[in-house]
Design a protein around this ligand. Structure first.
Ligand SMILES: Cc1ncc(COP(=O)(O)O)c(C=O)c1O
Length: 361
């Protein structure tokens, strides 16, 4: 893009294009790893009521530190991991993307490293906030390689080491043992180990939150966008030592999380059993989709998330993507040659996807 010469845009932003998957109308919307299940009528009513109560106070700023929400999130994490976090170990923001941004703003003075392919916003946010990001290596089958990662961490001495598990866009998990070993490496090297667990609830692997107590340099990122089916509300959070959370207060914008968002998220937390009950159905549907893809002669990367990266088709990824779109199916071209990523949809969407794919192949 060529920018007008009068626009004082930073040099390092001039070559960037805005990030974002196409938001196109489709019969099967399977491109952004959203949860296909809308909130139940009961939950919609509860959110409406909670937001209604807040509506009368919108002349006032919200709780700047989102204390109730952070306490609620700490209870949710403690429930699933036998941990003892309090609100002081949680920071919440408008999606985990804002959490990532705050981490760079607070700790991005050195280098950052991630092991790619992985969640591209880690490197994009690094760029936008002015931190150099190193693309570390994975194995050719996309699995995480602890030896390579260790070597690269010692080579580059990053301030921030990012790992994503289950990884996006590949779906594979890094074992808890590897994360533990990586935490040791980062402890020796210095800096923070950021474990992005956006898809954690879809996986049976133990969470890195259990490491934080003995490893204050480990930070875990979570979101309500995926398993909680709450992407539209924009709530992400981190779990960390209280010193990390104190640093978040330095870089957050005042009143960043609206009263409406906080009220809605508290209701979603109250309804967590209902919301998370769909996780099992999505995991079962993912397994079915994997089988269907394999029956079509395609190969899939083993996934523990709510999406599948697949390949083995003979036309190019952009061609297959476009042909699927013509049939009303929107999936994601993640820029990996000969691979496409599909998010697990509801029954109708999954059927539409497989039917369209069968016709094309
Ligand atoms: C690995 C990972 N982290 C973070 C996010 C950001 O999610 P949100 O900002 O909706 O919380 C995503 C979204 O797809 C993701 O895949």
């Amino acid at each position: 893009m060529s920018w007008p010469t009068w626009l004082p845009l930073r040099n390092d932003l001039q070559q960037l294009t805005p990030y974002g998957a196409p938001q196109l109308a489709s019969d099967a919307s399977m491109n952004t790893n959203e949860n296909p299940y809308p909130p139940s009528i009961e939950l919609q009513k509860a959110i409406t009521e909670a937001v209604g109560k807040v509506a009368g106070t919108l002349n006032r700023y919200p709780d700047r530190d989102a204390l109730k929400l952070r306490a609620g999130l700490s209870l949710y994490i403690n429930e699933g991991n036998s941990t003892e976090f309090g609100f002081e170990n949680i920071w919440a923001a408008n999606g985990s993307n804002e959490i990532i941004q705050s981490l760079f703003l607070a700790f991005g003075s050195g280098l950052a490293i991630g092991f790619t392919p992985s969640y591209s916003m880690h490197s994009i946010i690094a760029k936008v906030t002015g931190t150099k990001f190193i693309n570390g290596q994975r194995n050719t089958d996309f699995t995480f390689n602890l030896d390579i990662a260790t070597r690269e961490i010692f080579q580059h001495s990053p301030t921030l080491t990012f790992v994503t598990t289950p990884n996006n866009p590949t779906g594979d998990v890094i074992s808890f043992d590897d994360i533990k070993a990586l935490a040791e490496v980062v402890k020796i090297q210095g800096g923070l180990l950021i474990v992005d667990e956006a898809y954690s609830e879809f996986s049976s692997e133990k969470s890195a939150v259990t490491l934080i107590d003995k490893n204050p340099h480990v930070v875990v990122i979570r979101t309500m966008s995926k398993a909680f089916a709450f992407a539209g509300a924009r709530v992400g959070y981190l779990i960390a030592d209280s010193a990390v959370v104190d640093a978040m207060l330095l870089v957050r914008l005042p009143y960043h999380l609206s009263a409406i968002t906080q009220a809605a998220a508290l209701v979603a937390l109250d309804y967590r059993v209902q919301l998370l009950s769909n996780v099992e159905a999505l995991v079962a549907a993912r397994k079915e989709l994997e089988k269907s893809l394999m029956k079509l002669g395609l190969t899939t990367v083993p996934s523990e998330a709510n999406f599948i990266l697949f390949s083995g088709f003979t036309i190019s990824a952009p061609q297959l993507w476009a042909q699927l779109l013509e049939k009303g199916v929107l999936i994601r071209d993640v820029g990996l040659s000969s691979y496409l990523r599909v998010t697990v949809g509801n029954d109708a969407e999954n059927k539409t996807f497989i039917k369209a794919l069968t016709q094309i192949l």
